[in-house]
Design a protein around this ligand. Structure first.
Ligand code: SF4
Ligand code: SF4
Ligand code: FES
Length: 277
């Protein structure tokens, strides 16, 4: 079974409706601290709500929205760990709210905040549009061949893992290059290394993105393989092992192999002379 559906899901919508700010079916309540605010600032507000067995954090947040704070902003869509919309931070770590059970935090305080690496719009909703700008800055899949393609089975299998990405941007959020050092202008981030690697290993793609990754916006050299991105990926993509390390190896071959360096120099000089440089 797909582990996304096994762990995701949470409660059916009617489970929200029975919650009314008093005790749940079993007489228990739970507490949640939620960031309330916007780009100007804000604060955590504590809410108490009925605890229903099996509820996920998104259920709790939607209960608060339905019963106590109608203007609470939260982004969600599928409620099944498929769309990537509900990513936020629980106790400082990026999580899909619809995949994270309240029971995981039994006895602990639960603090829900928007993703920290991107500007907050309101409450739990952050502005992730920067990621789409990065996406547009990368040369897209380009092929001379006409789909449907005929490919070897092993190529198809290798291409399957990166295509599982649901663009939750939790890997971007946890990466210290963005989260702590704010290198948004010169670092594409792990999600886009996954995308680049998918295109680079696609046998039908005819582009080369190594210059982008090394000299331009990609900034793959900033990554020091901490593997934090791999640890948070909800669909289990081995981001570092299967995307970043192969890309770094290709960049090293291209830029630091003396023979290739000389070839690039000669190519550059020829182009310069052709352009009158
Ligand atoms: S492995 Fe690289 S891309 Fe992933 S979180 Fe660490 S520094 Fe960022
Ligand atoms: S690679 Fe994983 S963590 Fe990163 S955006 Fe895709 S699904 Fe989310
Ligand atoms: S609502 Fe779609 S991933 Fe959580």
């Amino acid at each position: 079974m797909d582990d996304r559906t096994a762990d995701g899901g949470g409660l059916a919508p009617q489970a929200h409706a029975n919650a009314n700010g008093t005790a749940g079916e079993n007489g228990k309540t739970t507490k949640l601290k939620i960031f309330r605010g916007d780009a100007e600032g804000g604060e955590e507000v504590e809410y108490e709500l009925p605890m229903v067995e099996g509820m996920v954090v998104l259920d709790a947040v939607l209960n608060v929205q339905a019963e106590q704070a109608g203007d609470l902003a939260v982004r969600w869509n599928c409620k099944a760990a498929h769309c990537g919309s509900c990513s936020a931070e629980i106790n400082g770590k990026p999580k899909l709210l619809c995949k994270t059970r309240m029971e995981e935090y039994d006895g602990e305080e639960i603090r829900v905040h928007p993703l920290k690496a991107f500007p907050v719009i309101k409450d739990l909703v952050s502005d992730v549009s920067w990621n789409y700008e990065v996406s547009r800055s990368m040369t897209p899949f380009t092929s001379d061949a006409q789909a449907p393609f005929t490919m070897y089975e092993e190529d198809v299998e290798r291409l399957y893992e990166p295509k599982k990405c649901i663009e939750c941007f939790m890997c971007q959020d946890v990466c210290h290059v963005l989260r702590t050092h704010n290198k948004h202008a010169e670092f594409a981030g792990p999600r886009f290394f996954v995308r680049a690697q998918w295109m680079e290993m696609h046998p039908m793609d005819n582009q080369n993105r190594l210059k982008y990754l090394h000299e331009e916006r990609g900034g793959v050299g900033y990554c020091n393989i901490t593997k934090c991105c791999t640890e948070v990926c909800p669909v289990g993509i081995k981001i570092t092992d299967n995307a970043i390390i192969p890309l770094k190896e290709r960049v090293a071959d291209e830029y630091y192999d003396p023979a290739k360096w000389l070839m690039r120099k000669l190519r550059g000089n020829r182009n310069g002379a052709r352009n009158g440089g």
